[in-house]
Ligand binder design. Structure first.
Ligand code: SF4
Ligand code: SF4
Length: 723
């Protein structure tokens, strides 16, 4: 009787402590700003729960730690039944769960998962103590150890309790189903019944006390994710992956209490605070981050942990103030330290290339980029504090509509071609009502000399294929991506609204662009401002033209080609096949993947508006990627993004490896193959050969005239700091 009373008191105390802590944690979340995250697509949400939470898909991308976590996770689910049995046994000898509690397969599953969890713990300890991967740098390692020891204790006491019960004849399952527990029961064979009974009680209490302590401890530890992960996944953004959190700025209706982005902890949304509570400190994000991997201070893991630590530090004071009333709360918020640089250093915020590797790697769907961009928004719009080299690009976007600071009329200079090329006649969209597609050139394509040649070649390919297309000529503006990723949302909003109006005025339905940033912004972000268009990247478009037979790459090239996937295409938009299809359609090319490719590509260093910022710390990101390409067996690095083109060409130049590797846009390779097609091969749909002769024996062809002129990117006013 005393035993039951004592256990009841302990259970109530533990549940009480858990409930009080849970109340505070919910209170901390309520300190955050509102964020309308009510699921809109339940089918998708259910799928995510099944795949990400129960299927552990993101964890399983890393096989050994993934399988280890899979067993521990499912061990917790299945072995919850043993916890119920243990507490039940305190109150009733021979207790079993109604309906399923004597079902052999359940007993077998329990036995299996005890062993699987113990094996998982052994692997986890080996990873942490022997392998010691860098991703754990900065994580609370001791805390993780305590949890692993506690889980080990829970598993061992399950086994011992089951063994004691078998030896006493209280076990609810047929032991044929539970060979592991049955073999442990043999340990008790020589003991008296009284001793077995005493041991059963000791193991049962030992087990129950660990469980009750664990229940409270997890709410104060990083293992809070056991409770919050499913919720965090449920409220994952339903925006397209490449779209930033919208922010509608209407200066006239703003009050002085309104803030731009996140200045204080309370400017973050409840979801961003929940991200902090959910972080498992696994460091997968950190291990994939180009900034961290090249020696910058930014670690997406540490950023999230710092915010969480600040929430736990200031949360109690804020909650107390909230209880006292509005004025007290306002004062407490004013007294909060600024997020930047007190909680997170400014440098950390500017290091991000917005590549999305962290978000993709995170097993619990934490959204680092939104938080980083909210802090950038505050620094730029609230405090005017940002890297000084950004200034000219920002001003240029505001005044000339492009970060290069070039006049609008210069947007069409690429159509003239080089001195040895024929000028291209391309109509303005307003004069081409029958255009199949609008060619959105983009600022890099229009103003950067290296990319002007890509744009020219792509336009030439469309002409060869007989595509009816037009451009916006000098009326095109920057799509706004650099302004938005810099945190200057008001400039982005201005550019986006102008462009959407222009596109609608000209009744544009389908857009093709060579720039993944233009592609992402127009496809994923313009709908936030009422502009919905069909947008296709030029690599996909070219693949389609080749498939339809409108382009015929018949000239063999004898090149070993690899392809660098742009983050804004492959990771943010799942687009990667077109480029490969085009390259593989070119005769004589031998294609090989870079180690990091597709979803797992590595940033070139220009994304997140890093193109317009200096990179003074650590190894340059573009050099890291270039080194990877140079270490491959390829002699040609194909690209599908004007910014990657600039960054990786610069990397090759910096490594003085121009003889070893050429950087070429996919369109340039395709045109080269078509131009050097054997004369009896039609180069296009009905256009016939272009007149170039080819030896047709698969040997490499000389670079085209325009490619010979590509020796570096000419720079103009507003040049990116990174080139
Ligand atoms: S988006 Fe890329 S650069 Fe930014 S924190 Fe994540 S992994 Fe690092
Ligand atoms: S943010 Fe995600 S990936 Fe990074 S440490 Fe936390 S749980 Fe792991």
């Amino acid at each position: 009787m005393l035993e039951r009373v004592l256990m009841t008191v302990l259970i109530l105390a533990s549940l009480g402590a858990f409930a009080l802590r849970a109340r505070d944690l919910v209170g901390y979340l309520q300190l955050g700003k509102d964020d309308d995250r009510l699921p809109q697509h339940w089918g998708q949400k259910i799928k995510e729960q099944l795949v990400v939470v129960f299927g552990q898909r993101k964890l399983l991308q890393w096989t050994i730690p993934g399988v280890m976590h899979f067993f521990i996770f499912w061990g917790f689910v299945i072995l919850f039944t043993t916890i119920v049995e243990a507490f039940g046994a305190v109150y009733q000898e021979g207790f079993h769960i109604p309906l399923i509690g004597q079902w052999g397969p359940l007993g077998a599953l329990q036995d299996f998962f005890v062993v699987a969890v113990l094996a998982g713990i052994a692997v986890a300890l080996a990873i942490r103590k022997i392998q010691r991967p860098g991703r754990f740098r900065g994580s609370h390692l001791k805390e993780a150890d305590y949890i692993l020891y506690a889980i080990t204790g829970i598993m061992l006491t399950i086994l011992l309790t089951r063994a004691a019960e078998i030896s006493l004849g209280h076990f609810p399952y047929d032991t044929e189903w539970t060979p592991v527990s049955a073999s442990f029961a043999a340990l008790f064979d020589d003991l008296s019944v009284a001793t077995r009974d005493a041991l059963d009680t000791i193991f049962l209490w030992w087990h129950s006390l660990i469980i009750l302590g664990f229940l409270v401890y997890i709410t104060y530890s990083k293992h809070l994710h056991i409770i919050t992960a499913g919720v965090n996944v449920l409220f994952t953004s339903e925006r397209p992956k490449g779209a930033l959190k919208p922010m509608y700025i209407d200066i006239e209706s703003m009050s002085e209490d309104d803030t731009f982005g996140a200045a204080k902890l309370t400017d973050l949304t409840w979801k961003q605070l929940l991200d902090g509570m959910t972080c498992t400190e696994c460091g997968r994000c950190q291990s994939q981050c180009p900034a961290w991997n090249t020696g910058k201070p930014l670690s997406p893991k540490l950023l999230i942990m710092d915010i969480r630590d600040a929430m736990f530090e200031h949360g109690p004071v804020l909650l107390e103030a909230k209880r006292k009333g509005e004025d007290a709360f306002k004062e407490a918020v004013e007294n909060l330290p600024d997020l930047n640089p007190t909680v997170v250093e400014d440098e950390v915020i500017w290091d991000c290339t917005s590549c999305g590797a962290c978000v993709q790697a995170c097993p619990v769907n934490i959204e680092h980029i939104d938080t980083i961009m909210d802090m950038r928004r505050n620094l730029v719009m609230g405090e005017s504090r940002f890297p000084k080299e950004m200034q000219s690009a920002l001003q240029s976007m505001e005044t000339t509509g492009n970060p290069w600071g070039q006049p609008p009329q210069a947007r069409i200079e690429w159509m003239k071609g080089t001195s040895k090329q024929e000028p291209l006649e391309i109509p303005h969209i307003s004069e081409a009502p029958d255009a199949e597609v609008l060619f959105w050139v983009g600022c890099a394509g229009a103003y950067d000399d290296r990319n002007k040649k890509v744009v020219y070649d792509f336009a030439k390919l469309m002409q060869i294929a007989g595509v009816k297309f037009a451009t916006l000529g000098p009326d095109e503006n920057c799509n706004g991506d650099p302004a938005r990723r810099m945190g200057a949302e008001y400039i982005y909003q201005m550019l986006a609204e102008q462009n959407i109006e222009l596109l609608k005025e000209n009744k544009v339905k389908k857009i093709v662009t060579i720039c993944p940033h233009c592609f992402n912004t127009m496809f994923n972000e313009y709908p936030q401002f009422g502009g919905t268009f069909e947008v296709i990247h030029h690599t996909e478009y070219l693949a389609q033209l080749v498939k339809e037979g409108r382009l015929n790459p018949a000239g063999a090239m004898d090149k070993k080609v690899t392809y660098h996937d742009p983050c804004y295409l492959s990771r943010h938009n799942d687009v990667w096949e077109g480029a490969r299809e085009v390259i593989e359609a070119i005769p004589g090319t031998e294609y090989g993947e870079l180690h990091r490719h597709g979803h797992n590509t590595f940033c070139c260093g220009a994304g997140g508006a890093r193109m317009w910022m200096e990179e003074n710390m650590g190894k340059r990101v573009n050099n890291d990627r270039t080194d990877e390409a140079l270490a491959s067996a390829s002699d040609t690095l194909a690209v599908g993004c004007p910014f990657c083109n600039i960054m990786l060409s610069d990397g090759v130049n910096e490594r003085k490896a121009e003889d070893k590797m050429q950087v070429r846009d996919v369109a340039q390779l395709l045109l080269q193959s078509i131009e050097f097609a054997p004369s009896d091969e039609p180069s296009s749909n009905g256009n016939g050969s272009n007149g170039h002769d080819s030896n047709g024996n698969g040997q490499d062809y000389p670079a085209t005239e325009e490619q010979e002129e590509i020796s570096g990117s000419a720079k103009g006013p507003g040049d990116p700091g990174t080139t």
